[in-house]
Design a protein around this ligand. Structure first.
Ligand SMILES: [Zn+2]
Length: 191
């Protein structure tokens, strides 16, 4: 058991495909990684406001046999390198390699990746947010006791009508990650 933590940080948990990089169906090659132009200013703004930045991504392509865990690690190394080229350093990347029919506690909207990150990085989940292009992403935020935002990049536009079926609504539905950062910073001030 770790020592009692005194300094806990708020975090923003970002989805990967369709939120920070252009969505490609089961992205399986680092050559295909393209980061949206607004990612740099979004992450810098959140970090300036005191948030840790963590990427959490469901990668069922591993369970489905579309690519290996090693390949995913190469993709994530490339992603970290691309961000570094823009002088951005994130706090962590967590992935769920399982499929919808596997029994696991990490596939979003389950909270396993977030609780692991909270433990590793001293995060206060109740003061944290999620941003993503799927209802699963915003539901994750509420499932761990924080809040979540749906963005309309990636699959976001197709996901909007799914909100009606969910008891829990998102904090906001916004065009992209940059607009999400503004909502988060304003909401965080109220707490
Ligand atoms: Zn999992």
């Amino acid at each position: 058991m770790k020592n009692k933590k005194e300094n806990l940080y708020p975090a923003v948990f970002l989805d990967r495909d369709g939120t920070i990089n252009h969505d490609k169906h089961y992205l399986s090659d680092e050559k295909d990684l393209k980061i949206y132009s607004f990612v740099k200013k979004s992450i810098l703004k959140l970090q300036k406001a005191g948030f840790k930045i963590v990427i959490v991504t469901n990668q069922s392509g591993i369970s489905r046999g579309f690519f290996s865990e090693n390949k995913l690690k190469k993709i994530h190394n490339k992603l970290i390198a691309l961000l570094k080229e823009q002088n951005i350093k994130i706090d962590g990347i967590y992935y769920c390699p399982h499929g919808p029919n596997d029994i696991c506690d990490c596939r979003k909207p389950k909270i396993g990746m977030a609780t692991k990150a909270a433990d590793d990085l001293n995060i206060d989940l109740k003061k944290s947010y999620t941003v993503g292009d799927s209802t699963r992403d915003y539901l994750l935020g509420y499932n761990f006791g924080g809040k979540g935002i749906l963005v309309l990049t990636g699959h976001g536009k197709k996901q909007v009508n799914k909100i009606a079926k969910e008891k829990q609504k998102p904090l906001a539905v916004v065009k992209n990650l940059y607009l999400a950062t503004e909502v988060i910073i304003n909401d965080h001030k109220k707490v």
